[in-house]
Design a protein around this ligand. Structure first.
Ligand code: NDP
Length: 450
């Protein structure tokens, strides 16, 4: 298999989800593969994203359970929360996973370079050490990075890159943004006992999600104690002598907080990558444009994952990387179907979605039918809160095919993953109805929708 014209058959820049998968599968096919990573193996998802975030979500939901443990007959005494213990446990597991990523690459015969790499030509990469390597194919999988909008004192804020490493628990946290990251961390720190304020520039949060479902979240967040400042921006931040931050919002509100988390989107990470040496021009959002096979405008250079700004989700990057390795080295040319991808926001309660929103479905299919279930999850009976779940199914009226499913409530992500199989397979509402419910569960609502 190895082509001796080049040092490597494939050289990957960036050892995140997409880069590692492509490299490992290519190595498994017998390709000579090199990979360069300037930070840590595992990328955003493993090191400072999905994995540690979900661990924090789990820990914070435990705190939430503790708050109504008395209804379950427990008397808890002297219970207190220690941020450093949780932080170190989570980061310890991240270290473990990073080690596994390194082992996986080594096991597939991939040569790893723990240094920065830049493109110097269609087949050449220069490593920070000064060494130049040649490769038949180069894969760019450098991911994305947080964007911090300009405001006075923005240097006092942090992003999701830093939040996992805080020395002190932020007793007062301001979160800027109304997307995935903002809502997830607002929920985590609120449940862990922080005084959380969420500031979003418009009244609409989670703009791309089904808004009838999303509208359920703000009242719940407020009832749980989060101060929602919608339709406002951070105007300025001043650091006081004691280290606290005095924030002024555009609506005139002032607040003193310990940390400000800015979560206003992520951009492709391409700075200084040397794409111009291969004639590759960036797209309108700073992304690397690729065709459906993840090929850039340069025949020997490919890109997968967030750097291409197709769908910024780990499982998508993994699939793109896998399809690329299959195509280049496995004799199985294929590409990823980006339609009907299930997603979830690990807010509290969580929101999950697959397929079209009502608005999108009306546009695509004209006549549609809508079915809903608005229910009080049994587990919520133990808490004193009147939080309800809402499931919404959208079908194409002509065929009865389910074209969208959206939900808010406990365990939404776990439930929608199974339903997504049925929806991706093109099943109808009648197929859902023909399925006997498991009682009592929340998921049974899916086969009882009216
Ligand atoms: P999102 O794109 O989800 O949300 C960005 C938010 O910031 C929006 O509310 C947006 O408002 C607001 N915003 C954008 N620009 C500005 C600005 N200049 N000033 C003020 N507000 C602004 O980004 P995130 O950072 O939350 O997440 C990045 C990506 O990471 C997500 O798109 C997602 O793909 C991925 N992710 C996925 C997770 C999951 O699957 N559970 C978890 C975390 C991240 P507006 O709506 O007005 O544009």
């Amino acid at each position: 298999m190895a082509d001796t014209t080049y040092d490597f058959d494939l050289f990957t820049i960036g050892a995140g989800s997409g880069g590692v998968r492509a490299s490992r599968i290519a190595g498994g096919y017998g390709a000579k593969v090199g990979i360069a990573e300037e930070h840590r193996y595992g990328g955003t998802c493993v090191i400072r994203g999905c994995v540690p975030k979900k661990m924090l979500v789990n820990a914070s939901m435990f705190a939430e359970e503790l708050s109504h443990a008395h209804h379950k007959g427990w008397t808890l005494k002297d219970n207190s929360f220690d941020w450093a213990t949780l932080r170190d446990f989570v980061n310890g597991d991240v270290d473990r996973l990073e080690g596994l990523y390194g082992q996986t690459l080594g096991g597939a015969g991939v040569e790893s370079f723990s240094e920065r790499a830049t493109i110097t030509g269609p087949h050449t990469v220069r490593l920070a050490s000064g060494r130049e390597v040649t490769a038949k194919y180069i894969l760019v999988a450098t991911g994305g990075e947080p964007v911090v909008p300009a405001f006075e004192g923005s240097e006092h804020s942090i992003t999701s890159n830093e939040i996992f490493y805080l020395d002190e628990f932020p007793k007062r946290l301001m979160v800027m943004g109304g997307g995935y990251i903002a809502l997830e961390f607002a929920g985590i720190f609120n449940a862990l006992g922080a005084d959380v304020t969420l500031v979003n520039r418009s009244d609409t949060i989670l703009r791309t999600y089904e808004q009838e479902i999303v509208k359920r979240l703000p009242p719940v967040m407020e009832a749980r104690g989060i101060d929602l400042q919608l339709g406002a921006q951070i105007e300025k931040v001043e650091k006081a002598e004691d280290g606290s931050l005095n924030v002024t919002l555009t609506n005139g509100t002032t607040k003193q907080v310990d940390q400000i988390l800015v979560a206003t989107g992520r951009r492709p990470r391409v700075e200084g990558l040397g794409l111009e040496h291969a004639g590759i021009e960036l797209g309108a959002k700073g992304e690397i444009p690729v065709d459906k096979f993840s090929k850039t405008s340069c025949d020997s250079i490919y890109a997968v994952g967030d750097v291409t700004d197709r769908v910024q989700l780990t499982p998508v990057a993994i699939r793109e990387g896998h399809a690329l390795a299959d195509s280049l080295f496995g004799g199985n040319e294929r590409y990823v179907d980006h339609s009907c991808i299930a997603t979830a926001v690990f807010s509290q309660p969580s929101i999950a979605s697959v397929g079209m929103t009502e608005e999108e479905a009306r546009e695509a299919h004209g006549e549609i039918n809508i079915y809903k279930s608005d229910f009080r999850p049994m587990k919520n009976i133990f808490s004193d809160r009147a939080e309800r779940g809402l499931y919404k199914m959208i079908t194409d009226a002509a065929t009865d095919k389910v074209v969208g499913l959206h939900m808010i409530g406990p365990e939404s992500a776990e439930i929608i993953q199974a339903a997504a199989v049925a929806i991706k397979a093109g099943l109808t509402k009648a197929d859902f109805d023909a399925t006997t419910a498991i009682h009592p569960t929340m998921a049974e609502e899916l086969v009882l929708l009216k």
